[in-house]
Design a protein around this ligand. Structure first.
Ligand code: G6P
Length: 373
């Protein structure tokens, strides 16, 4: 069927705004909203008790979804996870442990490197899974287990709704793994399932940041030649994804960094010309991230802080106070924060590209799916 933009200027904008529905559809395939549990068919698709290690393989935005999922798999399900870009994994002869599950994460299910890596794992005798948005794709057909995302067709080259659908499916699988590995009881399962079920509504609330982010994009980002993104914990790979999104569609050089690594290099880049986007949900690392904000502001850097707890940000004095812009997102639990905070990151890149006048849906040199090496 022909997919149209409707009232939106670009497919990317439409796809960003579709995320309450695309996440809802994906979550419905993994969670039982009445029993407040992971669906029986998903629990039957795998027994994470038998899995010793999860090897996630992906490229681009899908790779960052895997990196984010690692935090939750290890913390909540106690499952060791390795995540690697497929182009490295496939050529380095990795040492695989018995009982590993190889999982490809891919929107298209056709990315050449990811497919080759998955095939290599199958050849090593490993169990394989494909978490893909195109359910008829080669990866979907070849893997032992198909874990679908239901983002619907994604037309914009820069991935948005497929990414949050991947996160929705991956976090649902984290709950599945935690139950099967005896790390959480039924009450805790219901708690995490409830959090996931609340994400579509919270995404809608996050979309309200749109006009404020458009202003920041125009004033702070669109005229910059470099932007730094910082985050801690699962917000570190989201910072990498934010930087990737900005590079892809606005052609502005951007780097994502673990906020704790600031003083090991990127702090040397801080000046009034280089905006620093800080992703700071209300989690146990908030104070540490807030102190990085102070370090940047004290050096004359401009900070754009995205947080749901502006009241917790320590007051800055003098010029430093003027260099801090806080954009308030909806309150959310750290477990689902990667999904909710994806929205402002996408909107920031989108509006920056629009202000610069680049081709948002068809950025130069990029392809929607890289099916040849
Ligand atoms: C290309 C696209 C990205 C995508 C990546 C992986 O680089 O431009 O948006 O994240 O391929 O694609 P896949 O289909 O495997 O998720």
């Amino acid at each position: 069927a022909l997919v149209e933009k409707g009232a939106f200027r670009h497919f990317m904008e439409k796809e960003v705004h579709e995320q309450p529905e695309s996440c809802q559809r994906t979550l419905s395939a993994y969670l039982d909203p009445v029993a407040k549990s992971v669906r029986a068919d998903i629990k039957a698709s795998i027994d994470f008790k038998d899995i010793t290690r999860l090897q996630i393989i992906a490229c681009g935005t899908a790779y960052y979804a895997g990196c984010i999922a690692k935090y939750a798999f290890e913390k909540i399900a106690g499952l060791p996870v390795d995540v690697e870009v497929a182009s490295e994994f496939r050529y380095r002869t990795p040492a695989m442990t018995a009982g590993s599950l190889a999982m490809a994460v891919s929107q298209s299910g056709e990315t050449a490197d990811t497919l080759a890596a998955l095939r290599w794992c199958a050849g090593e005798g490993l169990k394989t899974a494909a978490l893909v948005n195109v359910h008829t794709s080669t990866m979907a057909r070849e893997a032992d287990i198909l874990w679908p995302t239901h983002a619907g067709p994604e037309i914009g080259v820069a991935s948005t709704k497929a990414f949050t659908a991947q996160l929705s499916a991956l976090l649902s699988l984290v709950v599945c793994a935690a139950v099967q590995r005896g790390k959480i009881d039924a009450a805790q399962e219901a708690h995490y399932v409830q959090l996931l079920l609340e994400t579509p509504g919270l995404i809608s609330q996050a979309l309200v940041m749109d006009s404020e982010l458009s202003k920041v994009a125009a004033i702070d980002l669109s005229k910059s030649s470099d932007v730094i993104y910082l985050g801690r914990g699962a917000m570190f790979p989201l910072a990498l994804e934010g930087a990737l999104k900005l590079k892809e569609i606005s052609y502005i050089h951007a780097e994502g960094y673990a906020a704790g690594e600031l003083k090991h290099g990127p702090i040397a880049l801080i000046d009034e010309k280089t905006p620093v986007v800080v992703i700071a949900p209300d989690d146990e690392l908030f104070e540490k991230t807030a102190s990085n904000v102070q370090e940047v502001a004290a050096r004359g850097g401009r900070v754009i802080m995205i947080t749901c707890v502006p009241e917790k940000v320590p007051a800055l004095s003098g010029d430093a106070a003027k260099s801090l812009k806080i954009i308030k997102g909806p309150a959310c639990d750290p477990f689902i924060a990667p999904i909710i905070y994806s929205v402002p990151i996408q909107l920031l890149a989108y509006h920056t590209a629009v202000h610069k006048g680049t081709d948002v849906d068809q950025p130069r040199n990029l392809a929607k799916s890289v099916t040849v090496e």
